[in-house]
Design a protein around this ligand. Structure first.
Ligand SMILES: Nc1nc2c(ncn2[C@@H]2O[C@H](COP(=O)(O)OP(=O)(O)OP(=O)(O)O)[C@@H](O)[C@H]2O)c(=O)[nH]1
Ligand SMILES: [Mg+2]
Length: 600
């Protein structure tokens, strides 16, 4: 049954959940949903329910913002779960347009982090009421009072107006499912959070009798209905049977017809005929719907100002696979396939830009960071694509004839014993130290550093600090070009022939550096099989057997003990390569290669 009724405006609460990456947003949503009684008892409910995409589940991170809702007493609470990773920060800003308030989560041990600063700045700019949730209070190293102080300082630093400075605080363990107004309270439920939402987040303003205005803030896709535009009914009533108009980015206003309207009930979309002021809806029927368009009254159209979209900061070339192994593992290999797929992605992802390369066959794909682009590549390989990508380049700017490059604010928390090595390396990468604090054997370092310097630095940092470090960064500003940066000092080992690797040969090579693959793997001339300990490249033979009579084609010569090869993820590979190298990506393999394949 499709609902014919609009929701009572005064009972709606639209709340976005914002935080630094991993501070527990999606886990918190789980608990609010669970405890609202919307699932049957004993019903199996997935952990981090709102992280519904395959890659989100696998990586445990939120990649796209999602809508859901639950009921608390007489209130209908619409929740917008947002991604915390900086590469997806633009989405947070857009979906905040649907919210009337937000929950700012802060880890009870870590305190505010760079992305906390970024999302809080956006929430304050949108004039939203903010409830601070100190989350993960179950952690043994939690230091709640300190964190609250830090959050307060952050509000002050961001020049929050007085009425927002007096923010309510609630303490929670999203994981264990409880929240409390005071740390000394006993609590076994999340109710204090729902209570604060009901009391502190205002109901949506807006006039039900005014002409319709609904602006699309994010997009979704349905296999049956195509593209969906998601947004808030700001004024008027949205009805499936009433003629409406759509105001687009180019300034045009034309009649539009919606085929479906959905509201979000728990984690599902439920069809409705009509939606009133303040409701969050997804609409189908317009195939070229994009972020920023306004659905408005046909007789009295009132477009809203367009939504700005942050320009990309990083680009990579996506080129058709021309390696000797091209076409062996994937279904979609040609440049036509590539073009069609990338064009489709730009419709769904407004932060992405695609242009043909000025030289050669392929596309320059620009986005908001390494993770943003590598997730696209990972999606494509799972769909059956083969492609090759180049080293990411930051996007420079020319202002008054001067070249500017993007800089990040980098925050590092590292065990004291490794701080020296980190500081030395960041200096080489043109980082400028802004702050340094020491407490309990840990150092917190704050740097300004060219985005270029950070490309590929994460895995190096993890190795250098034996996993005992944390690094986070957000875009700071464009600044003067910092000069050459050498991200990788080592050369590589490339194969001199197309062959299958042999354990005995690898055994002899492993003294030369670190190998990226084991025995029994097919490689081609010019493929990179490892890293040279020295700083120049070297051509090697990974198939050289012990004797010519050795019948074993590959594999496990019993007497040979090999160091396990270095495992590199797609992101690691992309971060690793130099300008004269490529990453070849197929549904089954990720290979590193020289652009020019040579046996010498
Ligand atoms: N100890 C503890 N761990 C928590 C708590 N809440 C979340 N976590 C853990 O923190 C990790 C991140 O949780 P998520 O809910 O995915 O965090 P998120 O903020 O949604 O992350 P992004 O969406 O990627 O920014 C998971 O391993 C959770 O189990 C908590 O209250 N206590
Ligand atoms: Mg999440």
């Amino acid at each position: 049954m499709e609902s014919q009724k609009v929701m009572e405006q005064s009972t709606i609460r639209n709340v976005a959940i914002i935080a630094h990456v991993d501070h527990g947003k999606t886990t918190l949503v789980d608990q609010l949903f669970q405890q609202s009684g919307m699932f049957r008892e004993n019903q199996e409910v997935a952990e981090r329910l709102m992280d519904s995409g395959d890659l989100e589940k696998e990586r445990g991170i939120t990649i796209t913002a999602k809508n859901g809702s639950y009921c608390y007493k007489d209130y209908w609470i619409n929740i917008i779960d947002t991604p915390g990773h900086a590469d997806f920060g633009g989405q947070v800003e857009r979906v905040l347009r649907m919210a009337d308030g937000c929950l700012l989560l802060v880890d009870a041990q870590e305190g505010p982090m760079p992305q906390t600063y970024f999302v809080l700045k956006k929430a304050l700019a949108a004039g939203l009421r903010i409830i601070v949730v100190i989350n993960k209070i179950d952690k043994p190293a939690a230091r709640c009072a300190w964190v609250v102080d830090q959050v307060f300082d952050l509000f002050v630093k961001l020049e929050a107006p007085d009425h927002l400075l007096d923010f309510p605080v609630v303490y929670a363990s999203a994981k264990q499912g409880y929240a409390k107004h005071h740390l000394t309270d006993e609590s076994t439920t999340m109710e204090p959070i729902s209570e604060l939402i009901a009391a502190h987040v205002p109901p949506p303003s807006g006039d039900p009798n005014a002409p319709l205005q609904m602006q699309v803030s994010s997009l979704d896709h349905s296999p049956y209905l195509g593209r969906l535009g998601i947004g808030k009914v700001l004024n008027g009533t949205l009805s499936i049977n009433k003629p409406i108009a759509v105001a687009k980015r180019d300034g045009s206003i034309s009649p539009a017809r919606l085929t479906k309207i959905f509201r979000f009930e728990s984690d599902k979309k439920v069809a409705t005929d009509t939606a009133g002021v303040g409701e969050l809806v997804a609409v189908a029927g317009m195939d070229d719907v994009t972020v920023g368009v306004t659905f408005t009254d046909a007789d009295n159209p009132m477009p809203l100002p367009m939504i700005d979209i942050d320009p990309p900061t990083i680009s990579m070339n996506f080129i058709p696979n021309d390696s000797p192994f091209a076409g062996l593992e994937g279904k979609f290999v040609t440049s036509r396939h590539l073009e069609e797929r990338l064009r489709r992605e730009t419709l769904a992802d407004v932060a992405l830009r695609v242009e043909p390369m000025s030289e050669g066959v392929g596309y320059v794909v620009s986005g908001r960071g390494e993770l943003h682009l590598s997730i696209l590549i990972e999606k494509m390989r799972r769909e059956g694509f083969e492609l090759q990508v180049t080293r990411p380049q930051v996007i420079m700017k020319q202002v008054d004839g001067v070249t500017l490059e993007p800089y990040e604010e980098l925050t590092i928390d590292v065990d004291e014993q490794y701080a020296g090595a980190v500081i030395e390396r960041l200096g080489m990468l043109r980082g400028q130290m802004q702050e340094m604090h020491q407490a309990n054997g840990m150092n917190r370092l704050v740097y300004k550093i060219p985005t270029r310097g950070l490309l590929g630095y994460r895995s190096e940092f993890m190795t250098a600090t034996k996993g005992l470090g944390m690094m986070n960064y957000v875009f700071a500003e464009y600044g003067p070009y910092a000069g050459d940066i050498i991200n990788r000092v080592n050369g590589v080992l490339t194969s001199m022939e197309t062959c299958t690797t042999v354990a005995y040969a690898l055994f002899n090579l492993q003294d030369r550096g670190r190998l990226f693959l084991g025995p029994g793997i097919k490689v081609y001339t010019g493929q990179i099989i490892g890293e040279n300990a020295r700083n120049q490249d070297m051509v090697v033979n990974p198939a050289k057997g012990k004797k010519l009579t050795n019948m074993r084609a590959s594999g496990s010569d019993e007497n040979v003990v090999l160091t396990p090869p270095v495992q590199m993820s797609l992101e690691d590979c992309i971060a690793y390569i130099n300008d004269d190298e490529l990453v070849e990506v197929t549904p089954l393999s990720i290979r590193l290669r020289k652009r020019k394949l040579s046996a010498k």
